[in-house]
Design a protein around this ligand. Structure first.
Ligand code: F6R
Length: 242
């Protein structure tokens, strides 16, 4: 794992956006795996800025998002579909038919998972997968478990994730309890992986991801077995990585 130290959130976001824009410049029709959450918002903002300046062109890019809440409409403001449109897709020249987010509104779990896996595989898997990391070391919604997951599946979110996500909802009981997520194997099939992490709340997870034992109890630790992983993190998130 290559660790890139950033001063703060803005610096982390610019560095991550630089890596993504280099990917798009080198391979204009690349496949990007994308994440939601607070960590990548600044990265998306920077990419939007460079798009508006004419420095990066998304017209041939296709994207696959990691996850989506189960049983939520695409246009629900809490959905990850909505998040991605608001924070990224509405502001760049990506072709909507090249955008893929698991169909949270479809409660036929087998159908959603099989079709998402097939789409990602047919696209040849991701050239670059952008990830945030959960405080408990989750990637996508692959929570600590006894085994590493493989393909797309529907998970029960842990209490700590529900609590962390509740900041975005009016009441904690409104936070969905289940979500679709790409599996760990699908994430590992990406040719390069870029993790963004900031803030002291991520320090333990970032340490365990980079230096802890490779264990499904910290799903991100499997990234140690991938040959092309870059972690861009700020000083606070790297506080335990001496
Ligand atoms: C989001 C996702 C999650 C987040 C993680 C960190 O698509 O897959 O794994 O990356 O929960 O969230 P933030 O960035 O909000 O701290």
């Amino acid at each position: 794992i290559k660790i890139v130290r950033a001063r703060d959130y803005a610096d982390m976001s610019r560095k991550a956006a630089n890596i993504i824009s280099a990917q798009v410049i080198l391979k204009p029709n690349c496949v990007l795996g994308l994440a939601t959450g607070d960590s990548p918002i600044g990265t998306y903002d920077q990419l939007i800025d460079w798009y508006k300046k004419g420095d990066v062109d998304f017209s041939q890019v296709s994207t696959y998002n990691l996850d989506e809440y189960f049983g939520i409409a695409d246009d629900d403001p809490q959905s990850y579909h909505y998040f991605m449109n608001k924070h990224f897709f509405d502001h760049i020249n990506i072709d909507p038919k090249n955008v893929h987010v698991p169909a949270g509104s479809n409660t036929d779990v087998d159908e959603v998972c099989a079709s998402f896996d097939k789409m990602v595989a047919d696209a040849g898997f991701c050239d670059l997968q952008l990830l945030g990391i959960g405080r408990n070391g989750h990637i996508g919604f692959n929570e600590p478990d006894d085994v590493f997951s493989k393909g797309t599946h529907c998970v029960n979110l842990t209490e700590s994730t529900i609590e962390a996500n509740s900041r975005l909802f009016e009441r904690e009981e409104d936070v969905p309890r289940r979500a679709y997520t790409m599996g760990v194997q699908t994430i590992m099939n990406a040719r390069s992986i870029l993790v963004v992490a900031n803030g002291e709340k991520k320090a333990q997870a970032v340490h365990d991801m980079c230096f802890g034992p490779v264990t499904p109890q910290c799903p991100a630790s499997i990234l140690q077995l991938h040959t092309n992983v870059t972690v861009v993190a700020d000083d606070e998130a790297l506080a335990l990585c001496k």
